[in-house]
Write a protein of this length. Sequence first.
Length: 301
Amino acid sequence: MQSYNLNHLRELEAESMFVIREVAAQFEKPALLFSGGKDSIVMLHIAVKAFHPARVPFPLLHIDTGHNFPETLAFRDNLVKKLGARLVVGYVQESINKGRAVEETGPQASRNILQTVTLLDTIEEHGFDALMGGGRRDEEKARAKERFFSHRDDFGQWDPKNQRPELWNIFNSRKKMGEHFRVFPLSNWTEMDVWQYVLLENIEMPSLYFSHYRECLNRKGTLLARSEYVKLMEGEKWEKMRIRFRTIGDMSCTGATVSPASSLEEIILEVAAARQTERGSRADDKRSETAMEDRKKEGYF
């Protein structure tokens, strides 16, 4: 790896490490949002380095839709056991059972949007005052508006027009009772940075990110993997394809990419040539022009 890239990655690592340590220092009950995706894995890896040889001093929080990829859950559980970390799981199914959330119906139904209710209820139940997420500014236009320390009101809502200035590395964590913060240590990273760092640090990743054969359907340009949560619509059919995933989420809305990339080096070359963002294949982001921002205003990640 070229020295320029190496220096760039170490600078990003140092910045993220500083932000994570600031969270541990400024907040009483922080948690790290962990989805089992590449960004949260990298964020956790940096957190482990930041506090070594001690254990990470905050729990991991996963909001489980009940429609996750089995590979993601298996990877999550193995990593938590390996690190000896504490895992807190909020279940969307419990929110549905309690009448707190109403499940969508129809062939395009998804539980993705229901995560907001479960997340906010879990924050209140455990008293978390800061949640670190793996969101990056290059992912999507709404995420590009986030600060490192992003304030949420006592309803868990975000106002993109009323954010606090961040001068140099000075972060304002003042809040009122019931309010909390979302913190984004990887804000300045790109998808390419993430994969180059994964290669540099030899970080283990879920198999879903690497090329494999799987039955999928093409729904308006989004390749959805076969599962009990995806129902065929008229004219659709399952086809065996060689694919991989650039982002991992709910099986009902996470699109795959046709790809032969089966190694980190091949993924990096593929990302360098890509003309679509990694979230360009997410069906949930295509529901409207402001789908992500609308969800974030309500309390989404």
